[in-house]
Design a protein around this ligand. Structure first.
Ligand SMILES: O=C1O[C@H]([C@@H](O)CO)C(O)=C1O
Length: 558
């Protein structure tokens, strides 16, 4: 079945946490509309860029775009950005059931609210290894009052003028949070200039708490996605345990948990049974982990029944998550997520390519950047995929590969000495069906004794997560600790402070695929790489994806 949508992307005034600001909405709404489809369906989105001051592209996160790499939605990788006033039609197959989402991938547009859910149901004949009575779905996010333009300006300043985006003002559940309006000075004019002078009003319907309505005794599949821009999050339901059953569109061996660590770019399904006192409601809560929190708990209401007193907010205090810096807890929970017997995709026995990718925070030309093996990624004006298809060697040096390893002597516990980091736009190339191992190696930032969590997301693929460890990955010491028995498949995986994460994928999807830290500011500061694979088999790029950079030369004036 083809499911068609017509979307117009525009700036709108919205008050996600009761503070009115400018949000990027779809068809006048934030978050964007939910796409619901059945495995095998074709999704067709006619996307009009109604923002008159910037380009646009939308990424369908977790959808592999098999055969349609030019609809992956990464500007300057898979397509030219959609100009103001232009309409671009995405058309792709959602081949596998699961919990996904979509989001803007141009600049910091995801942080401005350009995202929504994408849920794919299995075909009726497909086995689902658990049962439930009903379904609920939430997207988690962190939220700033400073515009993304101000945030971007801060990230680009020289030397000590650098201003990081900082900790978020609010955490949102399904696009809703509640900022404490008494912290905002009264607007100087009356009525306030909407969205320019901060106006906070806790009775705005847009910031009414989201409610998860359940009926006593029933079991629900709760789908949870994180599109957070910065924060590692921890989700919990007051008084209720959860059974983890799906991660990034793959069934996992059920795990009982009392709270869920979720990193930006990840999705999960948990089963929850409404088995508590039905005469009251409970908190659904989200807290920051991994960075010293400066943001209040984000809240929604788990309400028993509908319309009765049980939908009023609980009078209990908001629930707490494990300590923000209990990284051992996070690693232990990550290790418990393994594939489900009967639903495993066989792991290729060995890889023929291995990349050792060291992430460092660096100063380059006076600016703070993130670099991978000393190269900080900067997009160029020509889509990488078009450079391969049309051999645009003026746009990129297609033969040169960025470094595939880093110096064995690198001290990951020291602030980077940073002598030779550069900016670059090089592309790692693989042959069709190469089996690629990637070791993501974390290190100290420019701040002494500091290393951060980075959730890495791979486009066009799922990968097997073979293991996590601390310190520098050393094959002779760590290869034997990898999980070759039941590694989970994912599209996003965390790299923990001072640690390494080991993953494997098969380069069986001809295209150009971004692989990057899903923290919005970090990718913008260069924390990503480009993978090109099977470029001799690329499907023909449609004209609507071209027209910028050196692809202009492909068209002749009418
Ligand atoms: O990219 C980042 O920059 C800051 C800090 O490292 C430099 O001010 C921070 O916390 C990040 O995650």
């Amino acid at each position: 079945e083809v499911r068609s949508f017509q979307w117009k992307v525009e700036y709108i005034y919205w008050a996600p946490d009761c503070v009115e600001t400018v949000v990027i909405g779809i068809n006048g709404q934030y978050p964007g509309p939910t796409i619901r489809a059945t495995a095998g369906d074709t999704i067709r989105v006619e996307l009009e860029n109604g923002m008159s001051t910037e380009g646009l592209a939308i990424h369908w996160h977790g959808i592999r775009q098999i055969g349609t790499p030019f609809y992956d939605g990464v500007p300057f990788a898979s397509q030219c950005p959609i100009n103001p006033g232009e309409t671009f039609t995405y058309e792709f197959v959602v081949d596998r059931p699961g919990t996904y989402f979509y989001h803007g991938h141009y600049g910091l547009q995801r942080s401005a609210g350009l995202y929504g859910s994408l849920i794919v149901d299995p075909v009726p004949s497909d086995a689902v290894p658990f049962t439930y009575d009903g379904e609920l779905s939430i997207v988690l996010n962190d939220w700033w009052h400073r515009s993304i333009y101000s945030q971007e300006t801060g990230l680009s300043q020289l030397g000590s003028a650098f201003r990081f985006v900082g900790e978020p003002q609010s955490l949102l559940i399904e696009g809703r949070g509640r900022y404490n309006c008494s912290l905002i000075p009264a607007a100087p004019s009356s009525p306030p200039l909407s969205g320019d002078v901060m106006s906070c009003n806790s009775s705005r319907p847009q910031c009414a708490m989201h409610a998860l309505a359940v009926r006593p005794g029933l079991t629900y599949r709760l789908r949870i996605a994180s599109v957070a821009s910065l924060s590692s999050l921890n989700f919990l339901l007051e008084g209720h345990n959860m059974t983890l059953v799906e991660a990034d569109g793959h069934y996992v061996t059920p795990v009982e948990i009392s709270n869920l660590d979720i990193y930006s770019g990840e999705t999960y399904s948990v089963l929850v049974t409404a088995n508590q006192d039905p005469s009251r409601s409970y908190w659904a809560a989200v807290n920051v982990r991994g960075r010293r929190p400066a943001t209040p708990t984000g809240l929604a209401i788990l309400s028993y029944g509908d319309g009765s007193s049980s939908s009023a907010p609980p009078s209990t205090p908001s629930p707490q998550s494990p300590a923000w810096d209990d990284f051992a807890y996070s690693v232990a929970q990550a290790r418990r997520v393994v594939s489900r017997p009967g639903f495993q995709i066989p792991l290729p026995e060995r890889a023929n390519v291995r990349l050792m990718l060291l992430s460092t925070q660096n100063r380059i030309d006076g600016k703070i950047k993130w670099a991978i093996n000393n190269v900080s990624y900067v997009p160029r004006a020509t889509p990488v995929i078009a450079a391969f298809q049309f051999n645009l060697t003026t746009a990129y040096d297609l033969a040169a590969s960025p470094p595939r390893d880093f110096s064995r002597g690198y001290k990951i516990r020291n602030a980077p000495p940073n002598p030779s980091a550069i900016q670059g736009s090089g592309v790692y190339t693989f042959r069709h069906n190469d089996v690629v191992d990637v070791v993501l190696q974390n290190s100290n930032t420019l701040v002494p004794n500091n290393s951060e969590i980075h959730p890495w997301h791979l486009h066009g693929h799922d990968f097997w997560v073979l293991g996590y460890g601390s310190g520098i990955y050393r094959p002779h010491r760590h290869a034997s600790t990898l999980n070759f028995v039941n590694p989970p498949m994912r599209n996003t995986v965390a790299v923990f402070p001072y640690g390494w994460t080991y993953l494997r994928f098969r380069a069986d999807n001809p295209g150009v695929w971004a692989f990057h830290c899903h923290i919005e500011s970090h990718f913008h500061m260069g924390m990503g790489v480009m993978f090109a694979e099977g470029v001799d088999r690329l499907p023909r790029i449609p004209a609507q994806a071209l027209g910028c950079g050196y692809t202009k030369a492909l068209f002749t004036a009418p």
